[in-house]
Design a protein around this ligand. Structure first.
Ligand code: TTP
Ligand code: MG
Length: 359
């Protein structure tokens, strides 16, 4: 693959900024969007003025008002955020068709082949931010790099209302200082595990071989091996493309039979559940699960996937729901198994709230 040009755009304090846009008297004040404290609600986001007091996403509204008694608390209005989000997406679409929205306020754009500004991704990012400001009266930050992982790290670098470029030459030095928590998919549980191995940043991670990481973290360890070197081959996937979230494990020795596979399911399920909930991040669970998936790769390298649709209103899938799927998948070849995976398929993005960043 040749060098790609990926832009990550992330709006600044999005819900709060939209509220200020609709009510300019709020400008410069400590405001937060969230439910009332008596409803045991949490803060969706806060203006940068409010953040100085420690008010931020996922803090309880009760605590937020304790931290900042003059905080102006505004109930969320998703219809408004959705409308603004569509206007922003429309701006993106003038530059490329390869757009992957991650949530209402965040997207990856692949501008590798975009014919604007002599192909300069930095200038395209600058122009997009300018247009967002002029047409939507909102500010955005952008990151530019050769892949999604680095672009997302870069967009945080000069936030708010800034942008940052990580050139392929600068990437190896940049990545070393990045704390492991910044790697998406590394949530609290994985971070703790890494800390217990004295791994705090990407440089620490680089000392581990792929086998060692595999040993400590399963197949996820392999991803980390590449990510901590700033390598990420994932394509920018447009929203019409399939999205799923699975945890997979290739076993060092084939699992001989169905019984051996069934024994591995609880461990995989635990990993899936914790990683899904971690990556979903901050419990803004507006994600819709369409179906459950079990994947098998047999010793003859044949793959099979079994899915089962569930109602969007169903509670989070349980371990017990996966066993019948495994039975069904195994029955297709009845051979020793190299790889087992389980997870979920998701409805396309652009519902209200945050979408999962998927691996
Ligand atoms: P973020 O981009 O994470 O945050 P932000 O845009 O408010 O602030 P920043 O300038 O740091 O980018 O999330 C985008 C929107 O998603 C945010 O405005 C509100 C919503 N959201 C929640 O509702 N709950 C959450 O826990 C988070 C993190 C975000
Ligand atoms: Mg944002």
């Amino acid at each position: 693959m040749g060098t790609r040009k990926i832009i990550h755009i992330d709006m600044d304090c999005f819900y709060a900024a939209v509220e200020v846009k609709y009510n300019p008297t709020l400008k410069g004040k400590a405001i937060a969007v969230g439910g009332r404290p008596e409803e045991r609600s949490v803060i969706c986001t806060a203006s940068y003025e409010a953040r100085k007091f420690g008010v931020k996403s996922a803090v309880s509204s009760y605590k937020a008002l304790k931290l900042c008694p003059h905080l102006i608390l505004i109930p969320p209005d998703f219809e408004k955020y959705h409308r603004e989000s569509q206007a922003i997406q429309q701006i993106f679409s003038r530059f490329t068709k390869k757009i992957e929205p991650l949530s209402l306020d965040e997207a990856f754009l692949d501008v590798t082949d975009a014919p604007f500004f002599g192909g300069s991704a930095s200038l395209i990012a600058m122009e997009i931010r300018k247009l967002i400001f002029h047409e939507c009266a909102l500010t955005a930050s952008a990151g530019v790099a050769e892949n999604k992982f680095l672009a997302k790290l870069a967009s945080e670098w000069n936030k708010p209302n800034g942008q940052y470029v990580i050139t392929p030459q600068a990437a190896p030095a940049f990545i070393k200082k990045v704390p492991v928590e910044k790697i998406f998919g590394v949530g609290k549980v994985t971070a703790q595990k890494l800390h217990s191995l004295k791994i705090f940043n990407c440089q620490d991670l680089q000392h581990f071989s792929i086998e060692e990481l595999y040993h400590h973290l399963g197949s996820w360890g392999e991803n980390l091996y590449y990510l901590c070197r700033g390598m990420d081959e994932r394509e920018v996937e447009t929203s019409s493309e399939r999205k799923s979230f699975t945890v997979e494990y290739t076993y060092p020795q084939d699992l001989p039979d169905l019984e051996a596979c069934l024994k591995k399911i609880p461990e995989l399920y635990q990993e899936f559940r914790s990683r899904f909930l971690e990556t979903d991040g901050n419990a803004d669970a507006k994600i819709t699960i369409k179906s459950l998936i079990v994947k098998i790769k047999f010793c003859n390298f044949k793959h099979t996937t079994v899915q089962q649709g569930i109602s969007p209103l169903s509670p989070f899938p349980t371990l017990e729901q996966y066993s019948p799927l495994l039975h069904k998948a195994y029955a297709r070849y009845c051979l020793p198994v190299r790889l087992l995976g389980l997870g979920v398929r998701l409805a396309p993005p652009c519902t209200s709230g945050k979408q999962l960043t998927l691996f």
